[in-house]
Design a protein around this ligand. Structure first.
Ligand code: NAD
Length: 435
């Protein structure tokens, strides 16, 4: 897999290079282009825009660990902190061999927009270690995480920068990080990370939240375009945390889910799939096609003539090669960056509504915010409250984006970035430049 294809958040709709090239942009290029594009629609101080093109700080650390065989190996870790004008930095930590400084900066910027469109009191950050976690034992991953926690301890914290799981990291990684931080601080500090196991302050509903937000946004966009959910057909690419949760909720709410897929192919049933009966990636990895009577390819799934298409597997799957073949009226981005910039333009020309990832899958960071609130208050919320408040936050973000969509001649993606940037710019304007 190339780095560009792995980066995921690699789409944009504005001018210049990427629209002419078949190579997807890097996360950093995308984040900057989206910033400039949104800025073109707003009357904001150019100095603020210039400032936002760069991270506030990037920390690079050396992380040596003793392997199980007694040898020492040295890895490089990063924490890129983009902007904290609206609150502490927030964003994931990934363990992947191709993690780089620039990737962390780009994805950190993208977290700034995502938190702002949701109106969360956070800025954006991203970090990680250039390592293949699959080549480490659990004990080695633990030592790596504890040493990394020590190296970045001064720059993280519940009021500074709050990491979360990402590619190659999980709730257990966050529990080690929280423990290492707490031991050094001399006090138990659950709010230093989110996405923890519930036993140490993790929130109920966190795992399901990105898929739930995709389902909520799908419901809202259907309502907006006068589709009755009971008469709406849906195809979902990817049956993991995001895809399976979104598909099952939409199925519960009355939609007809006609196709779901994993890396091996797609299950297709025009009469509707009983989504509860098919195991998700977590429950039984890559098993969708083994439960299917009718198997089609992932390419065929993307081209199905359905009302709603939800790409929820990986980035850059809707490209200039297949954008013409997309027959859905509405695309709700479950994955990060599933639509390349060229494909985005092609879909916009055909009036296909594409609801962007920074809005649709933002349930994860939103429930991370709830987790942080629960940790600070030392009081866990019942699942019902988490889901009710998530619904309320998604509706509020939707209304804000819809208002921009309706008042300007822009795409849904533009509208979401305009909401995000105007909130960030207002905060910069109010605080001013230090010193
Ligand atoms: P996951 O690992 O739980 O599931 C991924 C699914 O996609 C699996 O069913 C897998 O078989 C399938 N898949 C993998 N490669 C595929 C391919 N080439 N073609 C078709 N299907 C393929 O992952 P997830 O957590 O659901 O994440 C999916 C996407 O959503 C990613 O882009 C991720 O960055 C994004 N996302 C995840 C979260 C989260 O908290 N889980 C939050 C926001 C965004």
């Amino acid at each position: 897999m190339t780095m560009a294809s792995r980066i995921e958040s690699t789409r944009d709709e504005s001018e210049e290079t990427a629209t002419e090239s078949s190579e997807p942009e890097s996360a950093l290029e995308t984040a900057r282009r989206q910033l400039s594009h949104a800025a073109d629609h707003l009357d904001i101080d150019q100095h603020i825009v210039e400032r936002l093109k760069f991270p506030q700080k990037v920390h690079e650390v050396t992380v040596p660990i003793e392997r199980d065989d007694g040898t020492v190996e040295v890895f490089t870790g990063y924490r890129a902190q983009h902007d904290s004008v609206r609150g502490p930095f927030k964003g994931g930590l990934r363990y992947h061999p191709e993690v780089t400084r620039d990737e962390c900066v780009g994805l950190g910027m993208w977290m700034t927009w995502k938190c702002a469109v949701m109106n969360l009191p956070f800025g954006g950050a991203k970090g990680g270690i250039a390592v293949n976690p699959k080549e480490l034992s659990s004990a080695e991953r633990e030592r790596l995480t504890r040493r990394f926690a020590q190296e970045i301890r001064d720059v993280i914290g519940p009021n500074r920068d709050i990491p979360a799981p990402d590619m190659g990291t999980d709730p257990q990684t966050m529990a080690w990080l929280m423990d290492a931080y707490s031991m050094q601080e001399g006090e138990t500090t659950p709010g230093v990370v989110t996405g923890k196991p519930p036993a140490v302050g993790g929130s109920k509903g966190r795992e399901e939240a990105p898929g739930r937000s995709v389902a909520i946004i799908t419901q809202l966009v259907c309502e907006y375009y006068d589709y009755q959910l009971g008469e709406t057909t849906v195809a979902v690419q990817g049956y993991g945390s995001v895809g399976a949760n979104a598909a099952r909720l939409l199925d519960d709410w009355g939609a007809t889910v006609v196709a779901i897929s994993d890396v091996n192919g797609a299950m297709y049933d025009p009469e509707g799939i009983d989504t509860a009966s098919v195991p998700s990636h977590d429950e039984e990895p890559e098993a969708v096609t083994t439960y299917a009577d009718d198997v089609i390819s992932n390419d065929e799934l993307l081209a199905l003539d359905v009302d709603v298409l939800i790409p929820a597997a990986l980035g850059n799957v809707i490209t200039e090669e297949n954008a013409e073949a997309i027959a859905a009226d509405l695309v709700v981005e479950g994955a990060n960056g599933p639509t390349t910039s060229t494909a985005d333009l092609m879909l916009a020309e055909r009036d296909v509504a594409v609801i962007p990832d920074i809005l649709a899958n933002a349930g994860g960071v939103t429930v991370s915010y709830f987790e942080w609130l629960q940790d600070i208050n030392r009081r866990a919320w019942p699942l019902e409250r988490v889901n009710d408040e998530l619904e309320a936050e998604m509706q509020a973000a939707w209304r804000a984006v819809r208002a921009e969509f309706e008042s300007r001649d822009v795409t849904w993606r533009d509208a979401a970035y305009i909401v995000a940037l105007s909130r960030i710019a207002d905060a910069h304007e109010a605080r001013g430049l230090w010193p």
